[in-house]
Design a protein around this ligand. Structure first.
Ligand SMILES: CC(C)(COP(=O)(O)OP(=O)(O)OC[C@H]1O[C@@H](n2cnc3c(N)ncnc32)[C@H](O)[C@@H]1OP(=O)(O)O)[C@@H](O)C(=O)NCCC(=O)NCCS
Length: 179
């Protein structure tokens, strides 16, 4: 079955669905501690206010079945790293393992490269997050190394796997089919 998605900017009317889908410990366990948990409507309002004020779109809302169910975010570096962005993403657990992030991430990167002068993207993934590593590999990222015990999450030191994608190596290729 093909699952239709829309990649768009965040809207004030997304508050409730954002707070519902992101309030999930399984998502939080794979993200930085800066992400609030439990995730409330107040947190959702703060995020949407931030996302809608950006001069260039850097937070891409994933809409499925008329609901905001995920996000792909780009954070631009500063100083000598100002042509790099870190990418991060999450998807509602209701839609995991259907190929959605692989295709939406590729689409978001295509738009982000078109709209900005960023030449390099990178991502950091916890050692146990095989799904996220697989997504990055399917989109064309290469693993650059493992930073051992670089993160302290849920009272444990864990390894961070680093990935990069240069704009010059980004190929759209065939769209990956959503299962
Ligand atoms: C990571 C995440 C975005 C993936 O989204 P998704 O739409 O389910 O991803 P896709 O379906 O496109 O691809 C997942 C791939 O991982 C594979 N996979 C999933 N769980 C796996 C596991 N435990 N072991 C091995 N492979 C696994 C799937 O089989 C699929 O690969 P395939 O297409 O080659 O079969 C989603 O799980 C999520 O939001 N997780 C919590 C937040 C998070 O981890 N964010 C990223 C932080 S770096």
């Amino acid at each position: 079955m093909i699952m239709e998605y829309i990649l768009r900017t965040w809207k004030d009317s997304d508050v409730q669905s954002l707070a519902t889908h992101l309030n999930n410990k399984k998502i939080w366990d794979n993200c930085r501690d800066g992400l609030p948990f439990p995730y409330t409507e107040k947190d959702a309002i703060k995020f949407i206010t931030y996302a809608t004020k950006q001069p260039t779109q850097n937070e891409f809302c994933i809409e499925i079945n008329n609901e905001a169910v995920g996000n792909i975010g780009f954070l631009r570096g500063t100083d000598v790293e100002k042509f790099n962005s870190e990418v991060g993403y999450w998807l509602s657990e209701n839609y995991w393992n259907k190929g959605i992030m692989s295709i939406t991430l590729k689409d978001a990167i295509r738009r982000y490269f078109q709209q900005t002068d960023i030449i390099r993207l990178y991502a950091s993934v916890y050692e146990f997050n095989t799904a996220s590593m697989r997504v990055l590999e399917k989109v064309g990222f290469k693993k650059t190394g493992i930073h051992h015990k670089a993160c302290f999450k849920n009272e444990h030191f864990i390894d961070a796997h680093y990935y990069e994608l240069l704009k010059q190596n980004f190929v759209l290729g065939d769209w990956i089919d959503i299962k």
